[in-house]
Design a protein around this ligand. Sequence first.
Ligand code: AHR
Length: 333
Amino acid sequence: MKNWTYTQRAVATGTAGLLALTLSACGGGSEASGDGASGGGDDVISVGFSQVGAESGWRAANTKSIQESLTEENGFALSFSDAQQKQENQIQAIRSYIAQDVDVIAFSPVVESGWDAVLEEAKAADIPVILTDRAVDSEDETLYESFIGSDFVAEGERAGEWVAENLGDQELNVVELQGTTGAAPAIDRKAGFESAIEGNENIEIIASQTGNFTRSEGRQVMEGFLQAHDDIDLLFAHNDDMGLGAIEAIEAAGLTPGEDIKIVTIDAVKDGMQALADGKINYIVECNPLLGPDLAEITKKVVAGEEVEKRIVVEDQAFDQAAAAEALPTREY
Ligand code: AHR
């Protein structure tokens, strides 16, 4: 479907009528390409998507949502790659999508920094970029069209507010399992949580370390916390998977998760919600992974030259144990 240039589209933003005329006058054959690309009809939009990895239940649900939304029946030829949590793999995938001359590149950046060079290459090739889930810290916002995802600072704040309101009237030693170092959700959730507990002198973060958003590293790091501290009251884990790994470590140490050590996590995927309903976790702030439908809609608009919102914030909820038990039977992910 690529029959206009990125620069033409950028200039035409806000003048949809004129652009529609330009597009229909161009006619044009599709250049859908890439491993997953097929179809190749006039209306097929080729999209190269670089995923962070397969580190968590959240990520699995997010990948499913994207693959089920950017389908051939829906007018897309999707090339999908898994970066295995490595920025260099994502940069390589993006360069390969540029070489394939896809219509749109979308990706969820494993870390926030270090994207300007490759995004400038995409811009020079007139290929629009859409960010999903995680942000980049580029100062030049013309390097991408739109960023669809949750407000991670708000998620951390919500977790911290619950802790301060429900447990902050007594001394509380907190350990924190951070997400991947340098990733937007790790940076923002930490900042949000800290700002919500700031000023409450009862609450102290006594240890904080990355568990890389995975269950195995969550377990490993929690084992270390338990060896170093015999006075942990609460665990704040930046995602459910690390919290679930930590539960294994807590149980192996002969303690009862949710009672001896209270647990607050973020994501609200099924396994986390089950542990919450079972009383092993105390509170979960949701991070909605179902970004596929929004990505499909925004991609179509970008290709049609329509103006799109630079930032699309996804709505999240939060669950205590009773709410989790109620939500579980109809939970989608
Ligand atoms: O970027 C979203 C985060 O990445 C999710 O909270 C976490 O589970 C995932 O790995």
